[in-house]
Design a protein around this ligand. Structure first.
Ligand code: ZN
Ligand code: ZN
Length: 186
């Protein structure tokens, strides 16, 4: 009935808060390294599936549930949207979420509220949102990446003086004529 009841306590991103107890104020620090789930990121920049994600978490019992505050660190792989050069980067994101005790939840229909189930919390949606929010929509290999040559597709950052003999840009046509015939009077 409840889709959350599929939560697997052995899943790397499912956290068991049972040892914490329910006394408000009690807290624990948890550090773990988990393999990245699939599709963590955006199409052009993501944490490769299975690569390590380092998590530092503080879990804290509050009146309504369990407050999870964390930092995640992971490697990123992707490609520059202008020149398609591979990009490797590091990402560090912070996140925080209150997981409400199921018996305190106002309504089970309320999708906005994260709930605990059998003292388990699922960190995956939290991690996914934090990572996606932190990524640039248009990752670049360098801020001023000039992209690719529209004529031959060469990567212009590798060859800034790149040009073609048969330049068709009319702004350059005059200059080219001048260079080819230096003796020609102006
Ligand atoms: Zn680039
Ligand atoms: Zn070219």
């Amino acid at each position: 009935m409840n889709p959350l009841s599929k939560m697997d306590p052995r899943a790397p991103l499912v956290l068991d808060t049972r040892e914490l107890g329910r006394r408000p104020g009690s807290q624990r620090e948890v550090s773990r390294t988990v393999p990245a789930p699939a599709d963590l990121g955006i199409e052009v920049l993501r944490v490769p599936e299975g690569s390590p994600v380092d998590l530092d978490l503080r879990i804290e019992a509050v009146m309504e549930g369990v407050l999870v505050t964390g930092t995640a660190r992971a490697g990123l792989e992707g490609e520059c949207v202008r020149c398609l050069e591979p990009i490797s980067d590091e990402l560090e994101v912070k996140f925080q979420e209150l997981f409400v005790y199921a018996d305190h939840a106002v309504s089970e229909e309320d999708d906005e509220v994260s709930t605990l189930e059998n003292d388990l919390v699922d960190l995956e949606p939290l991690l996914r949102d934090a990572v996606v929010l932190a990524l640039p929509f248009q990752p670049l290999c360098q801020d001023d990446c000039p992209g690719l040559c529209p004529e031959c597709g060469a990567r212009l950052a590798d060859d800034p003086d790149h040009g073609h003999e048969a330049a068709i840009d009319p702004r350059w046509a005059k200059l080219t004529a001048l260079e080819n015939h230096p003796e020609q009077p102006e």
